[in-house]
Each structure stands twice: as C-alpha cells, then as structure tokens.
Write a protein that binds this ligand. Structure first.
Ligand code: SAH
Length: 247
C-alpha cells in the first residue's frame, strides 16, 4: 500500500481548519499523487504538529483541504546549526536534504576563501529542506539562510552557541569529533553549530581566525579526507548521537 501523502503548508492547522491550496500544491496532490475529493493526507506547517486532512475541493489551479484530527505533536530538532560551503549543485542539494533529515535546526551556506559559488538559489534549497521533511515524517523544516561570507557570520556570532570546526588538516591526528563530544555528553544540551569547508578546504588565514575564536573548537572526522557532503553527514550524525535527539 502506498504510504499516505504528507504535505508542508504555511497555513495554520487545527481541528476543523480549512486549508486553501496554492497552484503548485494542487498540481502535486491532484495530478502527481492523483488524490481526489475525499482523499486523506497528512499536513504539517512547522509549528502545529501533524494533522490528518481530507480533500474537500479539487480544481486545476487550487483546492481546499480540511483538518480532521491531530496525528502527531510538533517536534523540533535540537538547537544545532550546519554551516557549510556550497559546492557543486547536486552535492549542495544533498547536504541540505541530509541536514534536514538528520535534524539540523538551521542551515547556513557560507562563503569561504576557497568557495566557488557566488550565488545560491536559497528558495530552491529551502524547497529541498521542505521535501526532505515531508518524506522523513518530520514536523519541522529547517530554515536555509542566504549565502553569507563566513567572516560576517563569525563577526555576528550569537553568544553561547559553540562551533565545531571540522578541519581536514586534522585528519588522523587532531581530536576526533566523537571523542570531544563524548566528554560533553553529560552537559545540558545547548546551542551548537558544525562547520564544514568546501572541496578546496580551509585557507591558512581561516584556520588562524577560527583557532582564535573562544566559542570554536577544531576537530577531526577520522583518518581519511572526506568529501564535504560526507563530512556534513558524519558530523551531524555524531553530534546527534552524543548530544542530540538520538540519545
Ligand atoms: N581539499 C581538501 C579537502 C577538503 S574536504 C584537502 O585535500 O585537504 C571538505 C571539508 O570536509 C573540509 O573542509 C572539512 O570541513 C571536512 N573534512 C573532510 N575530511 C575531514 C576529516 N578527516 N576531519 C575533519 N574534517 C574533514
């Protein structure tokens, strides 16, 4: 049996609530997924948990749904940000999708000294995060921020948030992320962030800058040099195991 369709909407959700559909949503539900009037689906909006809903109106360019009952409470991920340097399109898409699945609360593309991407389609990446949430059963969609220079983000760094810098120069020799986090597993969870560099790695100037930041710690992800997308998945996984919601 096909699994029930899950749809992210911006509209408030609640008992008996009517939800109007935008054109693209109507196309997806009625043409792609072939739902008709009376069909059941699940909705979430990132705030009100998950709701069962029924199709009450289906047209070419729109339609309406009605919420019937709540099926899950809202569940937000732990306060973990992923900072990553955008790489080739498909790999960047992969990083955003995996970060949403693995439970990052916010995704921040950063421009580093060796980043090639100058522009980034934020809306496209946000749609990837939304689709990942739809398919993984989540009720939360991480915000994808606009591309910003790493130096700018570090200048405005929020107080109390700690930053794990994954540095390929530490491969095989520096303190490993899992060992570092293991020593902190007893701490109360707080705001954290993970930084992964681009294919070209970090510049020496960036290393020096990061090493001098009181909120940052530089760690290794094992003996091999990983591609940036692999590094992002590995780092988020290790953090979720040690301090996050896999505990
Ligand atoms: N071109 C670089 C590799 C960059 S790998 C070189 O050849 O040295 C891309 C990013 O993945 C790095 O900037 C780092 O953030 C992360 N990364 C890859 N392997 C890692 C490792 N073993 N330890 C820590 N970080 C790693």
């Amino acid at each position: 049996m096909a699994s029930v369709v899950r749809l992210y909407v911006e509209h408030p959700l609640g008992a008996g609530q009517t939800v109007p559909l935008e054109r693209a949503q109507a196309h997806y539900l009625f043409n792609v997924m072939r739902l008709g009037e009376g069909a059941e689906l699940r909705l979430f909006n990132g705030r009100d948990g998950e709701w069962a809903a029924r199709v009450t109106g289906a047209a070419k360019r729109g339609g309406t749904l009605q919420c019937t009952g709540q099926t899950a409470q809202q569940r937000d991920p732990p306060d973990l940000w992923l900072l990553f340097a955008p790489i080739k399109k498909a790999r960047t898409d992969f990083i955003v999708e995996k970060a949403a699945e693995l439970g990052a609360a916010r995704i921040l593309p950063v421009q580093t000294d060796h980043t090639n991407a100058e522009r980034l389609r934020r809306d496209r990446l946000q749609a990837h995060a939304m689709e990942a949430a739809e398919q993984c059963g989540g009720t939360f969609v991480p915000e994808v921020a606009d591309l910003a220079p790493l130096s700018q983000i570090l200048r405005g760094w929020p107080e109390g948030r700690r930053l794990l810098v994954c540095d390929e120069a530490r491969a095989g020799e520096g303190e490993r992320l899992d060992a570092f986090l293991g020593r902190r597993a007893v701490e109360a969870p707080g705001p954290w962030a993970v930084l992964v560099g681009p294919e070209g790695g970090f510049s020496e100037a960036e290393r020096a800058r990061l090493a001098g930041l009181p909120f940052a710690v530089t760690v290794s992800l094992g003996p091999r040099i990983l591609r940036a997308d692999t590094a992002a998945v590995a780092a988020l996984t290790l953090w979720q195991i040690a301090l996050g919601d896999w505990r």
